[in-house]
Ligand binder design. Structure first.
Ligand code: C2O
Ligand code: CU
Length: 442
């Protein structure tokens, strides 16, 4: 990656701000945001250095995790693991140069059910992956709002939800609006970046016509794959290339995971029809990364389990951990990995790593889901290779992989970045009730 020499400075002030949900029309919600405009979108060119100054004006501590970005460990934003939490009225400056292009987001890694639930997230786009320009580059950020009719927040976490598929919001939005119209240049070549930033909901995105191709998964380019529909768990992103409809016509993006397909957004062709050759999506430029050597890779297994263990964890040194820091985690444990549950409030007394890896070695980690639920599993700091699926979805690079009930998926990577990297389910209620740990690259 060639540095551009450009430094992009951004100030992110985490604070409570009244926001109308749905945007422009709904009741006023006491949202937590990083910027007065709501969800900030930071656009960088590959090679740009980002200096993002976080100031905490929330009543509780916070941090920013740059999801999917291969940052140095100290910039990863995990309280007690990679940095001290940013206390109210304090600041912390994140300073790094993202090595990869793509569609990313950022969010708090502290009391995440509440902070993400109240809206605290932002978008980070690293440009420079288009060999030919698109006629439009459109964002579609999916999330539920856990609010009642009057705009008051409903529970972000419930025992019922945390122990099962999670607590869903009532109001489903794209770009904070309900099934909004997204205007696209009629007949043009459109890049649509879909981000699932919800804490809970897994959707299955697709159009009412087969018109789009997947060109990137979690920001990572892959040769275009026709989109029939694709399941997208919390934190997963999908970049699509598609041909915009004719003037005045609409193409509807649906969630097909529901019993009745739910319209998420409507792409409407506007302006005079552009004259373009027949639709043929072109591949994005992929960023180089260290290919794992499967022949010499060390193999390890990580099982995902449901647990009934109580709120106390006995550490290897005989110490019993309880919730000392009830802010960063809830007080229930429902989930485990390799029989270990992340101790409640355990950020300050870290459990040992789930796995210890040697720098620059190749690894194949077999993720085995022993539960009846789906889990979008995310590894910080290192992107991994997901092999071709049995349904034929090609091998690709990702930072989050969705495991269905009883699934096994082998992810492979080179442990090329030193530090302690979190590995957890991105259904935040699962993460905060045990399904979290870290791998140590030493
Ligand atoms: Cu987006 Cu540890 O998460
Ligand atoms: Cu999970």
């Amino acid at each position: 990656m060639r540095p551009t020499g450009r430094i992009v400075e951004r100030s992110l002030v985490a604070a409570e701000r009244p926001v109308r949900v749905p945007a422009g029309s709904g009741p006023e919600v006491a949202a937590w945001t990083y910027a007065p405009e709501g969800v900030p979108v930071i656009r960088l060119q590959r090679g740009d250095r980002l200096r993002a100054a976080l100031t905490n004006q929330l009543p509780e501590h916070t941090s920013i995790h740059w999801h999917g970005i291969r940052v140095p460990n100290a910039m990863d934003g995990v309280p007690y693991v990679t940095q001290p939490p940013v206390l109210p009225e304090q600041s912390f400056t994140y300073d790094f140069t993202p090595p990869d292009t793509g569609t990313f987001f950022f969010h708090s890694h502290c009391d995440t059910v509440t902070q993400l639930g109240r809206g605290l997230s932002g978008i980070l786009l690293v440009e420079g992956d288009t060999p030919r320009p698109f006629d439009a580059d459109v964002l579609c950020v999916l999330r539920d709002w856990r609010i009642d009719e009057a705009g008051g927040f409903t529970a972000f976490i419930t025992d019922e939800g945390a122990g099962k598929a999670g607590t869903f919001g009532r109001l489903r939005t794209a770009n904070d609006r309900v099934a909004p119209v997204l205007e696209v240049p009629a007949g043009g070549d459109v890049r649509l970046r879909i981000l699932n930033v919800d804490a809970t909901r897994i959707c299955e995105v697709g159009f009412d016509e087969d018109v789009a191709a997947i060109i990137a998964v979690d920001g990572n380019a892959l040769p275009p794959v026709p989109l029939a529909s694709r399941r997208l768990g919390p934190a997963q992103r999908l970049d699509l290339a598609l041909r915009a409809p004719a003037p005045g016509k609409e193409l509807v993006l649906y969630d097909y995971f529901a019993a009745e397909p739910v319209p998420l957004a409507r792409l409407r062709g506007t302006g005079p029809a552009l004259k373009r050759k027949p639709f043929a999506p072109w591949p994005l430029l992929a960023c180089p990364f260290a290919e794992p050597d499967l022949a010499t890779a060390e193999r390890m297994r990580l099982t995902l389990q449901q647990t009934a263990v109580a709120a106390e964890i006995v550490m290897p040194n005989g110490e019993t951990l309880r919730y000392a820091d009830a802010l960063c985690l809830s007080t229930r444990t429902f989930w485990a990995m390799n029989q270990e549950s992340w101790p409640e409030g355990g950020h300050q007394a870290l459990p040992p790593p789930l796995l210890t890896l040697e720098k620059d070695r190749s690894y194949v980690i077999e993720l085995v889901n022993l539960t009846q639920n789906q889990h979008p599993m995310h590894l910080h700091g290192i992107t991994f290779v997901v092999p071709e699926s049995d349904k034929g979805f090609p091998r690709h690079r990702a930072d989050t992989v969705l495991l269905g009930p009883r699934d096994r998926i082998e992810i492979a990577f080179v442990a090329d970045s030193l530090g302690d990297w979190m590995l957890h389910c991105h259904i935040i209620e699962h993460q905060e009730t045990g399904m979290m740990g870290y791998v140590r690259v030493a």
